[in-house]
Design a protein around this ligand. Structure first.
Ligand code: OXD
Ligand code: MN
Length: 609
């Protein structure tokens, strides 16, 4: 389709203005068809950017290698450009929007010369769902178009819903690498240098402008930019929730079903939990979403969640048949791999995939020939796959995808989980006493920083409230207030119950006490039962903990271990509370709701009683 055929005058004008600014050679409006996807892949293969994989092993799949400067989300180049700095808050990078638009307009001038501009109409959420939102991304990257086909719903069907005056979030994206006459990418991933990359959000005007990066959340603008940073602002204004949460469907042995969502910071096994294979006989766990949940109130006063995405953008290293068989199966075909190793037989390989690589040589993520590894481990810094190598796979290919995953009405949520990687103090599971106590728990989520994240903080606990630290599009203090207000304005008995979980407790020798993975189903079963008014619990100063006989320990976990996992570490909690009071809450200044200080005082009093 060409721009002249667009039936939405506002959209047409916006595209025409972008064309005048960015000067692409040609413009295409994406129709979302399979033929279009195949053409995008062919363009990238012809440009030397993608390698087709062995069709007998990974039919319909390709591997990309990005530029070494363009391998992850760039948080220090990500901006919330609200009119007032205080509306972005202390946890976001702020620039005055007019100033930022001026800088970026200069960068966008002629940035698409020698390239095609693609106009991608996309829906976050099932097309036409009341909970879904429409975005339109303008990009000069065929890699982005192909990924957006998998991660969102794209094309003419979205334009049909938009009609001639529907609302959409306009999203600009350019890799920032115009081509001169006759110039080609010639196998080099196009992007701009780090100090020219900008991932910008304008919350008041609901716009996204991204420049200079072609990778993941920097470039696939439906995901973190729209579905979290902009959507969190929409949700605040419209009375709903846009959260960095997985969505699970759980069925008990009697056939009763409940849905729960869970927020966890990076490197806490979120995708693994979303696709867990339960070890508890008779229980079934299915996936609705692995990263983002949008939740609105139904007429019955309950919260209903949709997964706004249509695919998984999963971290490859560490994923194997033991840790996540369902993810391995999801990316067996029609998938895009980025920054993985390439074996001699045309297969992908990554660290902790569960086996060495065949043959004599392998190409690493930079395209260098290396000896084929005999095991699945590499020394730190010498990895064959980049530690943030990814697979993009259609959610419908997941063997445990729930049949309701595309229900436009969403699924009713019974529980919220919060969790982090905490070697000490935080018990295996703890149920909040009330909504406000649960919001307090969410506001203090912390996780031990692993080597993969920020090296100078390794081993320390970094607070990541609601796992939204890099994704909240406004002041976190106001975000806490929004959660509190939702509780105050709805019938609490119909709201999800709130739980804090911790799969990562270690003993004094530094060994994990709880085996995690499928065994987490034992904890999910207790949570499920608590939501049905069952499940044995005792009231403690920090919340409701399972009684010692409420969770049957997995093999290898002794009664003593269970006691350790389920005890209230009074001294540890006092230190936790002191840290929140001294180092965490003051960051939010007078925007920190007084209700949260009241919770802090109350828990301290109970611990001292
Ligand atoms: C992600 C993230 O990629 O949270 O989902 O960083
Ligand atoms: Mn995420």
């Amino acid at each position: 389709m060409n721009v002249q055929e667009l039936k939405h005058p506002g959209l047409k004008k916006w595209v025409e203005e972008a064309v005048a600014l960015m000067s692409p050679d040609t413009v295409e409006v994406c129709d979302g068809s399979k033929a279009e996807y195949d053409r995008m892949i062919k363009i990238t293969v012809d440009a030397g950017l993608a390698t087709p994989l062995n069709p007998e092993k990974l039919p319909g799949s390709v591997l990309f290698r990005s530029d070494p400067s363009d391998v992850a989300r760039v948080e220090n180049r990500t901006y919330i450009a609200s009119q007032r700095e205080e509306d972005a808050g202390p946890t976001n990078n702020w620039i005055n929007p007019a100033e930022l638009k001026k800088i970026m307009t200069d960068l966008y001038k002629g940035s698409m010369k020698g390239r095609t501009m693609y106009v991608i109409p996309f829906s976050m959420g099932p097309v036409g769902s009341d909970i879904a939102k429409i975005g339109v991304e303008i990009t000069d990257s065929s890699y982005v178009v192909a990924n957006m086909h998998i991660m969102t719903r794209v094309g003419t069907k979205v334009l049909d819903v938009l009609g001639s005056n529907g609302a959409y979030v306009p999203c600009f994206h350019s890799v920032g690498k115009p081509l001169g006459p006759g110039e080609k990418d010639a196998g080099l991933w196009p992007c701009a240098p780090l100090d020219k990359k900008y991932i910008s959000h304008f919350p008041e005007t609901r716009e996204i402008w991204s420049y200079g990066s072609g990778y993941g959340g920097n470039a696939l603008l439906g995901k973190k930019c729209l579905a979290l940073r902009i959507a969190s602002v929409l949700a605040r204004d419209e009375g709903w929730l846009a959260e960095h949460m997985l969505i699970l469907k759980i069925t008990n042995p009697e056939g009763d079903v409940k849905y729960i969502t869970g927020a966890f910071p990076s490197a806490c096994g979120k995708t693994n939990l979303a696709m867990l294979i339960p070890t508890l006989p008779g229980w079934k766990v299915e996936t609705v979403g692995d990263d983002i949940a949008w939740m609105k109130f139904g007429k019955d006063g309950r919260l209903y969640a949709i997964n706004p995405e249509a695919g998984f953008f999963g971290v490859a290293p560490g994923t194997n048949n033991e840790s996540n068989l369902n993810a391995m199966e999801s990316c067996k075909k029609n998938s895009i791999f980025t920054n993985c190793g390439l074996t001699e037989d045309g297969d992908v390989w990554w660290e902790l995939i569960g086996h060495g690589a065949p043959g004599k040589e392998i190409l690493d993520w930079k395209g260098n020939k290396r000896p084929a590894p005999k095991t699945d481990k590499s020394p730190k810094g010498e990895e064959i796959a980049h530690p943030n190598a990814r697979f993009t796979a259609p959610a419908r290919q997941c063997p445990c995808i729930a049949k309701e995953w595309e229900d436009p009405a969403g699924v009713p949520i019974s529980a919220f989980l919060f969790g982090g990687r905490r070697p000490k103090t935080i018990p295996l599971v703890n149920q909040a006493r009330s909504w406000i106590h649960g919001v307090f728990m969410g506001s203090i989520v912390g996780s031990e920083v692993t080597a993969a994240v920020i090296s100078d903080q390794v081993g320390q606990v970094r607070r990541d409230p609601f796992a939204m630290l890099p994704f909240c599009g406004y002041h976190m203090g106001d975000y806490f207030k929004h959660w509190i207000k939702l509780g105050q304005s709805h019938d609490e008995s119909k709201l999800p119950k709130i739980f804090f979980v911790n799969w990562f407790r270690k003993n004094d020798e530094g060994k994990f006490i709880w085996p995690g993975y499928g065994e987490n189903s034992r904890v999910l079963a207790w949570i499920f039962d608590r939501c049905s008014g069952k499940g044995k619990a005792q009231e403690t100063p920090i919340g409701f903990l399972p009684t010692l006989d409420a969770i049957t320990p997995p093999q290898g976990v002794s009664q003593g271990d269970m006691q350790e996992l389920l005890k209230v570490d009074i001294e540890g909690w006092k230190a936790e509370i002191a840290d929140v009071r001294k180092n965490h809450y003051p960051k939010f200044g007078d925007k920190l709701p007084k209700e949260l200080y009241a919770e802090l005082d109350a828990i301290e009093k109970r611990l001292n009683a």
